[in-house]
Design a binder for this molecule. Structure first.
Ligand code: CP
Ligand code: NVA
Length: 318
């Protein structure tokens, strides 16, 4: 692990990801036995939201509660942050109260500033550039459904957005063949691809960005997409739909080019008839609700990984 924070996903080493995913699987299979209750006893976690959220908000709150900790969910407009207090001062103050801070921010620079000012681990719960906690859940979902495949091929179709950027890093760290098909002008962030390509050299992964969705999806084990209009980009909605549709829609015709048993993932919320058709997202290849469920289990494991000491984590007296 590089540093104390999870801001993009590239802070983790391949073995960190392996530890987090294997603990996630244990916490998932033994949830009903109360495994993990007490791991965060006496610890509080602040959850700051500058943008709406369903999955991130609820999965973090439930995860912290089930681990015996106290979640404190805050909308930025209810905080002094919304009246101009700096993100750095917010981080300095909150980190004197709580043991971890998760924040969903508009500008990635803000989560970087928050992490620098904070004494405790900071988790990016989505910024305009990265969404690392989503990709941990997606990786667990991929392992659950395609664990038997040596080097799975994952095809991303559509916008090279925050989820796609973290996915390029996640694929590079875990030895996946990742290809993103995006229209011109909507490619993933150059820095993310550069970093992912450098990491891929040591893990045997491949990370490619192309423009043809059919080529990307051909022979894929997993096809993924996300909204064409991410939060904060609403004003560009019409222009974006024009750039993406119809070519970048994941429909049955496109899915037919993937492997016969390919799965479909989407971080949600989805827009049926735009980035994906109902026949695909509500069809047999779709694992989107397993993926959403996995947000809870990977979040629990991530919190244990970041908040507990190394020895507490490895001996996990859960
Ligand atoms: N996938 C995801 O992060 O969903 P929310 O925006 O509902 O948190
Ligand atoms: N790319 C989407 C993800 C939502 C979870 C957004 O930023 O709105």
């Amino acid at each position: 692990m590089k540093g104390k924070d999870l801001l993009t996903l590239s802070e983790l080493t391949p073995s960190d990801i392996e530890s987090i995913l294997s603990l996630s699987a244990r916490l998932k299979s033994q949830r009903e036995t109360g495994l993990g209750s007490g791991a965060l006893r006496g610890k509080s976690v602040a959850l700051i939201f500058e943008k709406p959220s369903t999955r991130t908000r609820v999965s973090f709150q439930v995860a912290i509660g089930e681990l015996g900790g106290q979640p404190i969910s805050l909308s930025s407009n209810e905080m002094q942050l919304g009246r101009g207090e700096t993100i750095e001062d917010t981080g300095r103050v909150l980190s004197r109260y709580v043991h971890c801070i998760m924040a969903r921010v508009n500008n990635h620079a803000d989560i970087v500033g928050l992490a620098k000012a904070s004494r405790v681990p900071v988790i990016n719960g989505l910024s305009d550039l990265y969404h690392p906690v989503q990709v941990l859940a997606d990786l667990l979902t991929l392992v659950e459904h395609k664990g038997q495949v040596q080097k799975p091929k994952v095809a991303w179709v559509g916008d090279g957005d925050n989820v796609c950027n973290s996915w390029a890093l996640g694929a590079a760290l875990t030895g996946i063949d990742f290809v993103a098909a995006t229209p011109r002008g909507y490619e993933p962030a150059r820095d993310a691809i550069k970093e992912a390509s450098a990491m891929a050299r040591s893990t045997g992964a491949t990370v490619k960005v192309i423009s043809d969705p059919s080529v990307a999806v051909s022979g894929a084990d997993c096809v993924m997409t996300d909204t064409f209009v991410s939060m904060g980009f609403e004003k560009e909605g019409r222009k974006r739909r024009k750039a993406f549709l119809p070519k970048y829609q994941v429909n049955a015709r496109l899915m037919a080019k993937a492997k016969k048993d390919a799965i479909f993932q989407h971080c949600l919320p989805a827009h049926r008839g735009e980035e994906v058709t109902a026949e695909v997202i509500d069809g047999p290849a779709s694992v989107v609700f397993d993926e959403a469920a996995n947000r809870l289990h990977t979040t629990k494991a991530l919190l244990c990984f970041l908040v507990l000491s190394k020895s507490e984590f490895s001996t996990l007296k859960l």
